[in-house]
Design a protein around this ligand. Sequence first.
Ligand code: HEM
Length: 498
Amino acid sequence: MDSFIYSILIISILAFIIIRLILFFSSKSCNGVPQKRLLLGMLSLLFPNLDVSVHDRTAEMLERSKGTIHIHQYSWFTGTKVLLTSDPANVCHVLSTNFSNYPKGSKWREHVDVLGDTLFSADFKEWEKERKLVRSLTSYHKFHQATTKIVWDRIQTGLIPVLQHASKLALLVDLQDLFQKLILDIAWMISIGYNPNFLGIEFRKDPFSVALEDACEAAFSRFLMPHSLWKLHRWLGIGKEKKLKHAWETIDRVFADCISKKQEESAKGEDHQEGCNFEGVYCVTGEDKAFRSAATRKGLRDNIVSFIFATQDTTSSLLTWFFYSVAKHPSVEAKIRDEIFKNNPQELNKLVYLHAALCETLRLFPPGPVLSRIAVEPDTLPSGHRINGNTNVVIAVHAMGRMTSIWGDDCHEFKPERWITEQGDIKRVSHYQFPAFSAGPRICLGKELAFMMMKATAATIIYNYDIEIQKDHPAEPKSSVVFHMKHGLMARINSRGT
Ligand code: HEM
């Protein structure tokens, strides 16, 4: 029955799309870009798993239209007009100068409803309050000390034994899966001081990461579909909505399990993280002294799930693309290793070339391929485009990393050197030109933490092991709000005996 309803739905949607495409192609060109190319570009944004080179074509198309495309015709599909931009001046205007006119909007909140009511989905006053709360945690000096300790401890006692085991038995392992588990354990430790130990030589199933990935895919497909269509899917309990329902249950179950185990540990006096995690921050700020009550437990659940999502999906995705890129560029790997040997793998601030190689990965494979905002009032952008209220402004973060107008003719090359000044420091690049961590008042709150985790993990692995990526492994991105690898990254790990 389920597949019957699904087939009928797919046939009617396809018929609808074909008719609309015929009408679409018969209309005139937009900004001098032929409609066929425009459609291809839109499709690449909507279905990033077509292949990575389609993203290059989106960048080309944006370049031809001077960085901005106003797609009036697209409104038939989502019910909203779309303006796609890669122009740094527009990015600055939307994310900073005219910030109050560009919230994420109520649809965004609905698309990521699995995260609950948190900083990520809030706008205006509610967002200000949430941001203040999370900031009070991330800028707390004890939080930095505690996170650094947690990260190194998980690498030494969690990651190294797994890599040693895989190396000894010459196992083929999925690096993406390893990074997801490592960062997940770290994120749980940071948020409530409890280690669920997903990373281990038993290669235990990790239902939480799978659930988060499914939730990301469902959120992405909601962005692509007309509102009423995904709601119909949800009502019928089919497709990605069915997966999301299961994912939601899993997330809630794992959350409840971790919280109760944490409470057991606390009751036994094994709590070593007083005042520097989410549980603690509620106490530190006096926001929510009674967080254990049912009403505030939801607040705690939403904040923790969002924090883990922000930390785990982004950082593990970037680490995966980093090892993929480094494997394709042995000279870069040699330079990173040389730098680590000259310094100490734990002195992360001295590892400038490694930092540059991570920035280069962020440029070419940003974990968040697009940023989306909704205009409240009509506005004129610095590029001269006039938009109506309710226009969806999409910042093409992924395409921006692949544009000659921003990065020069060698923009497709993986060249960490572009991030290093003549004095040997990291080059400062405007966030409006490189919005991988977003920019303006809503800029990512975890940039330093992310770099610390990525550098510590990468330095440890490159210092101790040779990573041999499986030949001809397909490196395709998933169709998701996060740029995960669709088939993971299979590799063998050879110990260097250092
Ligand atoms: C490579 C790693 C990371 C990348 C590329 C990244 C990127 C981003 C981006 C693009 C946004 C803006 C999203 C939007 O406005 O739609 C964001 C927001 C945010 N990130 Fe990160 N992030 C990373 C790691 C982290 C980590 C480790 C944390 C943990 C503290 C974190 C915490 C946050 C928070 C709390 C926000 C919401 C800020 C707000 O809306 O005011 N991120 N991040």
